[in-house]
Design a protein. Structure first.
Length: 275
């Protein structure tokens, strides 16, 4: 079953028009929510961000977020989702193709689930990353359906045998193509501050909460490519990748190519969160 507007229907029944604005313009917003043990993880925070993203692109959600929340819980239940992801997107709707907002279109909400296990191999051993230019637009705080900058960066990483692309804008590390990036230097955790250059990841916020609880000093301060190269530990965070060590960047090992102690401490704290 999938969510289509405000109804649960079979995937085969769903119909997307060729003039849906998500399809033609990437004109819409989305969220990805993780489910552990049949329960959603930080759903309220994700839905608050969906509301914010919609507001920032002047898209009025077609029905209240409380109703969407109830439908998503029903979606989890009907699909017997124990461990996996919920993808939600809201398009501005269908109208004759014209860049300006349509007068009458009803925004279309769709959501579906993916059954997916935790990426244990990556979490235990870490991943490789590359650095590449951040060529995205200047409203990366909006979780918009326009993902071509992210798609091209991720593919560059894959082409180099890596799992993530770390994006560099004006010499500064912003975030990953679909993740937030953290470094540890001399015992302090650093990540880019929240502004228009990054998505304020929900997992990022969990990481900062856990750092606080573990009494790991942290600072939301941008760091340069050089500081990344000289970091003691590097990791990424996202809904699907959780807290994942980065053990190699541009073919050079980080922390001798193994996950570092502070990263592991935060990973352990995270595992306690999802129990
Ligand atoms: N990506 N930065 C970007 C550019 C992202 O696309 C994402 C999420 C994050 C991490 O945000 P969160 O912790 O809320 O998942 C940071 C999702 C998972 C995706 O596009 O699949």
């Amino acid at each position: 079953m999938i969510l289509y507007d405000n109804r649960l229907i079979s995937r085969e029944e769903a119909h997307i028009d060729v003039e849906d604005r998500a399809y033609q313009f990437g004109d819409g917003v989305y969220e990805m929510i993780r489910v552990y043990h049949g329960r959603s993880f930080y759903m309220d925070e994700h839905l608050a961000r969906l509301e914010r993203s919609a507001r920032e692109i002047r898209l009025e959600l077609p029905y209240p977020i409380a109703e969407l929340k109830q439908l998503l819980h029903e979606l989890i239940r009907r699909n017997q989702l124990e461990e996996g992801n919920i993808y939600i997107q809201v398009s501005r709707g269908t109208a004759p193709r014209y860049h300006g907002f349509p007068d009458q279109a009803r925004p279309l909400t769709i959501a579906y689930v993916q059954h997916a296990k935790r990426p244990l191999a990556e979490l235990n051993h870490g991943i490789r990353a590359i650095t590449t230019d951040d060529i995205r637009w200047l409203r990366c705080d909006i979780k918009s359906l326009n993902l071509l900058g992210a798609v091209l960066a991720k593919q560059t990483a894959i082409d180099h045998g890596a799992k993530e692309a770390i994006l560099i804008r004006d010499g500064v590390v912003t975030e990953g193509s679909s993740t937030n990036i953290f470094i540890i230097k001399d015992g302090t955790l650093y990540t880019h501050p929240t502004n228009h250059l990054i998505l304020n990841g929900i997992t990022r916020q969990v990481v900062l909460k856990l750092a606080d609880e573990c009494e790991i000093p942290f600072s939301e301060t941008a760091f340069s490519k050089e500081e990344l190269d000289q970091a003691d530990e590097v990791f990424l965070s996202s809904t699907t990748m959780e807290i994942c060590p980065i053990v190699e960047i541009d073919n050079k090992p980080v922390n001798q190519g193994v996950p570092g102690p502070i990263t592991k401490q935060l990973q352990e704290a995270f595992v306690n969160e999802i129990k």
